[in-house]
Design a protein around this ligand. Structure first.
Ligand code: ZN
Length: 176
């Protein structure tokens, strides 16, 4: 069991409990929590990997200064559930790929000569230069993944999108 995790230079201690506990203020029972002010993540001993990723995501948002987002349980849970799958999809996107699976939907990859990447949701197509930077490809996958999840609101948020591109791989590595 992990005893600590490094979040953007801050060391978070990981503590374990044998029974679910009640969060003060909201009187809800939980199996994981993240106290960013004191740099402590608490997990139920039997909590799964997904719970760890959820609490790590809270910590990353907090340490990035994105305090509004760190309290957004919908976003945090979406990241925790999808970050690994997004990294796997990225890993499968090799230069000769003709198509890519984005959250269960097959997108056709079309090589273009200009520099910009474009995802056409309604046509299940992605236009992309052959030698697109890895960040451009990650950006496209995350954008498509948000659409496929019905989270269009987040896909219009450029600050959040760029943060996701930079941080999703780090969240997955921290969880390992
Ligand atoms: Zn949470």
């Amino acid at each position: 069991m992990k005893k600590s995790v490094n979040i953007l230079g801050a060391t978070y201690k990981i503590l374990y409990k044998n029974e679910p506990w009640i969060i003060p203020n909201i009187s809800e029972t939980t199996v994981g929590s993240c106290d960013s002010a004191n740099k402590v993540i608490t997990l139920l001993t039997t909590a799964d990997y997904h719970t760890l990723l959820h609490e790590i995501t809270h910590a990353y948002l907090y340490e990035s200064g994105l305090l509004n987002y760190s309290g957004d349980e919908c976003l945090v849970e979406w990241i925790a559930r999808n970050c690994e799958k997004i990294c796997i999809a990225y890993g499968k996107w090799i230069p000769s790929s003709k198509a890519i699976d984005i959250s269960g939907r097959c997108y056709k990859l079309i090589n273009t000569n200009n520099d910009s990447c474009e995802i056409l949701n309604y046509r299940s197509e992605i236009k992309v230069p052959k030698n697109a930077a890895s960040t451009s490809r990650t950006y496209i996958i995350i954008l498509g993944w948000l659409w496929e999840s019905g989270l269009d609101l987040y896909s219009e948020d450029e600050t959040l999108l760029n943060w996701l591109v930079a941080t999703i791989p780090k969240i997955v590595m921290s969880g390992e």
